[in-house]
Design a protein around this ligand. Structure first.
Ligand code: AR6
Length: 180
């Protein structure tokens, strides 16, 4: 794990499964508009949470790209799931602004709810086709900028599924922290 401190907020980069982060208050789902189960992150989260999660999600759907909504975590070891709809790269435009909104909106919800720790996957970089390095830069810049104004959130964890993705996050974190 790599940890960078920005003001009083720790930004952690780790390799693992977003559905297995028991020490974290809220995990973020790379959702679909209908907040149903799916492949990738959405599949892993819904499988671990159980059918109660889809039932709670139903009246909140559909959501639009960039939007985030919060539910309970059901059988997951966390308190909450925050569902973000990332942009389909090149179709939902401007993709970079919509991806930024996902991270900003999720963190605003955390502040409203008094959530101290939150874990994100690399939203949009799987089925939605966002090039990983560009998405990583947007994700890390957005949370680093937002970290300065956070009063409740103290841990922001990025959970990467593969060693290759972890390495990209590590490299971009070094670039961003060296610049600032
Ligand atoms: N934990 C952490 N990261 C994961 C996991 C996991 N368990 N599984 C996959 N990843 P994706 P999207 C990585 O496709 O691009 C769904 O079917 C994966 O390698 O889950 O936002 C929904 O229903 C990739 O780097 O999300 C939507 O229709 C990243 O997480 C659509 O896919 C995101 O991959 C959303 O697409």
């Amino acid at each position: 794990m790599k940890i960078v401190d920005v003001n009083d907020v720790s930004i952690e980069i780790t390799k693992g499964d977003i559905a297995n982060q028991p020490d974290i208050d809220a995990i973020v789902n790379a959702a679909n508009a209908w907040l149903r189960t799916g492949g990738g992150v959405a599949g892993a989260i819904h499988r671990a949470a159980g059918v109660g999660l889809e039932e709670e999600c139903r009246p909140l759907a559909p959501i639009r790209p960039g939007e985030a909504v919060i539910t309970g975590a059901h059988n997951l070891p966390n308190r909450f799931v925050i569902h973000c709809l990332g942009p389909v790269f090149g179709t939902d435009k401007p993709s970079d602004k919509l991806l930024e909104e996902c991270y900003r909106n999720a963190l605003s919800i955390c502040e409203e709810k008094g959530i101290v720790s939150v874990a994100f996957p690399a939203i949009s970089t799987g089925a939605f086709g966002y090039p990983l390095e560009d998405a990583t830069r947007t994700a890390l810049k957005t949370v680093t900028e937002k970290a300065a104004g956070l009063e409740k959130v103290r841990i922001i964890r990025f959970v990467l599924f593969s060693e290759k993705d972890y390495k990209v996050f590590e490299k971009v974190t070094d670039e961003i922290t060296l610049q600032s």
